[in-house]
Design a protein around this ligand. Structure first.
Ligand SMILES: [Mg+2]
Length: 122
């Protein structure tokens, strides 16, 4: 399983990568939307773990670009995008789903919650 982690906080990147060590997966971490979109376009991922608060483009905007890219390229099996958000507003989940994300995890989440969510889609 190939995972793209989009997260600007290096400590959070390390925690997620550590927490996923037991899964049989290859994780690529990037810290902004430009890198995320560039690497997404030239690789095939099973899961994208998407932070929301990022420099320049936010996670919602990046998701919209990914979905647009998939649509233009008639991708048959769209990637699963799971939001990792620190926001606690009630409409966050709806907003994540409305831009085309599949699921949502609120920070702080446990290693097990993260694994359970990924396993739902693998
Ligand atoms: Mg962030």
């Amino acid at each position: 399983m190939k995972i793209l982690l989009v997260e600007d906080n290096l400590m959070n990147q390390k925690v997620v990568m550590f927490n996923l060590k037991k899964l049989d997966c290859e994780i690529t971490a990037v810290s902004n939307g430009r890198e995320a979109i560039e690497i997404f376009k030239s690789n095939k991922y099973d899961i994208v773990l998407m932070d929301i608060m990022l420099p320049e483009k936010n996670g919602y905007e990046i998701t919209l670009e990914i979905r647009e890219f998939e649509k233009i390229n008639e991708v048959k099996d769209p990637v699963t995008i799971i939001a990792l958000t620190a926001n606690t507003y009630e409409n966050d989940k709806e907003k994540c789903l409305s831009v085309g994300m599949n699921d949502y995890l609120s920070k702080p989440f446990s290693a097990q919650q993260l694994i359970n969510t990924i396993e739902k889609y693998s």
